[in-house]
Design a protein around this ligand. Structure first.
Ligand code: NAP
Length: 332
């Protein structure tokens, strides 16, 4: 099952792999930004398994693991690099050596130097989709980057670009100004529908790349047993955007909704994560979910969703009945 990455015409598997967690821990002062410890050998096996199962799209960022995610992905892809589409991001600054998150830089010089760093770590001469990672950057500042991005397309260093932002107005302005702007990456899951962003993507010919498609793991259902994540896992932090986890455990009001969804998804023979991915595919032909992973087993389960395809209309309707008024935007 494939999808087109917006108006670029670049073809990708309908499922991408999100490579944030495989970057391992990184922090800025007391703030943790990684997903705790990971085993690089297992991450590499997981990428290989994804390739075997037909996944051809990988999303990472220069800042994940302060560069380590790109290193691991590049190492895992090796000679298979040209079989896949790589998306990465720039905007956050970091110290690769100490694994520290430092700050942000929206300037043109950093856009260029950060790309060179990504190419080196990934072991490639081009990035397929280069994404602005600073979701709240003022539109005027983002528009100043369009010219330099188009120059990088002309130079063959990137094939297309996009903005990772949850704001449809920002995404619309960027897409209108940028001939090779082809995607917006934004938060979206069965628990958090984003109608305005989907409407924009369908109208403007943009791919809707869905981050957080498993609600940071909550949609797997495994947090129903009260387990908590490690202290160096981003989900243990109390950032104001940490919707689904509280003090490192699944938030009870959201766990109840996940439990209710389990039955609907099981009627189609899907596991909870497969159902969550299938809902996204049914929601719009523009969506490309990029679930994060840390093990071969997770990749196998998530890639297993491809064989089932999108939810059928009656299954989709059952989910809508269940979640009416209970999604992120409508919950205080
Ligand atoms: N642009 C941005 O600012 C931004 C922000 C966030 C994410 N992203 C991108 O979006 C990707 C995905 O989002 P996300 O990582 O936040 O969250 P997610 O995809 O909603 O959840 C991923 C986590 O769920 C758990 N999981 C995955 N498959 C599972 C399975 N089959 N069974 C049980 N548990 C499973 C794993 O964590 P555990 O095993 O530890 O529970 C995994 O790390 C990221 O990797 C990144 O590429 C981008």
């Amino acid at each position: 099952m494939n999808r087109t990455l917006g108006r670029s015409g670049i073809e990708v598997s309908a499922l991408g792999m999100g490579c944030w967690a495989i970057g391992g821990p990184y922090a800025g002062g007391a703030n943790q930004y990684g997903w705790g410890r990971v085993d690089d050998a297992e991450s590499i096996r997981a990428v290989h398994r994804a390739l075997e199962l037909g996944v051809t799209f990988f999303d990472t960022a220069s800042s994940y693991g302060a560069g380590h995610s790109e290193v691991v992905l590049g190492r895992a892809l090796g000679a298979d690099r040209d079989r896949v589409v790589i998306a990465t991001k720039w905007g956050f600054t970091f110290d690769e050596r100490t694994r520290e998150a430092l700050g942000t830089d929206s300037g043109v010089a950093y856009l260029r130097s950060c790309l060179e760093g990504s190419l080196r770590r990934l072991g490639t001469d081009h990035v397929d989709l280069y994404q602005l990672h600073l979701g709240d950057l003022p539109v005027a500042e983002a528009l100043d980057l369009i010219g330099p991005l188009e120059d990088l397309v002309a130079a063959g260093k990137i094939r297309a670009y996009g903005w990772s932002t949850d704001d449809p107005e920002r995404a619309a302005a960027f897409a209108a100004a940028g001939p090779h702007c082809t995607a917006v990456q934004h938060d979206m899951s069965v628990l958090a529908d984003r109608p305005a962003m989907i409407e924009l993507c369908e109208r403007a010919g943009l791919a809707s790349i869905n981050r957080g498609p498993l609600a940071m793991g909550l949609l797997s259902g495994k947090y129903a047993d009260g387990r908590t994540v490690a202290r160096d896992d981003v989900r243990s932090q109390s950032y104001d955007w940490m919707t689904y986890f509280r003090d490192g455990a699944g938030a009870p009001e959201w766990l109840a909704r996940v439990e209710a969804l389990r039955e609907v998804f099981a009627t189609g023979g899907r596991t909870p994560t497969q159902g969550a991915l299938a809902w996204l595919w049914a929601r719009s032909a523009t969506t490309v979910p990029i679930p994060g992973f840390r093990t071969v087993t997770q990749v196998e389960q998530n890639a297993g969703a491809l064989a089932h395809g999108p939810l059928r209309p009656d299954e989709f309707a059952a989910v809508e009945d269940l979640l009416a008024d209970l999604r992120v935007a409508t919950v205080a």
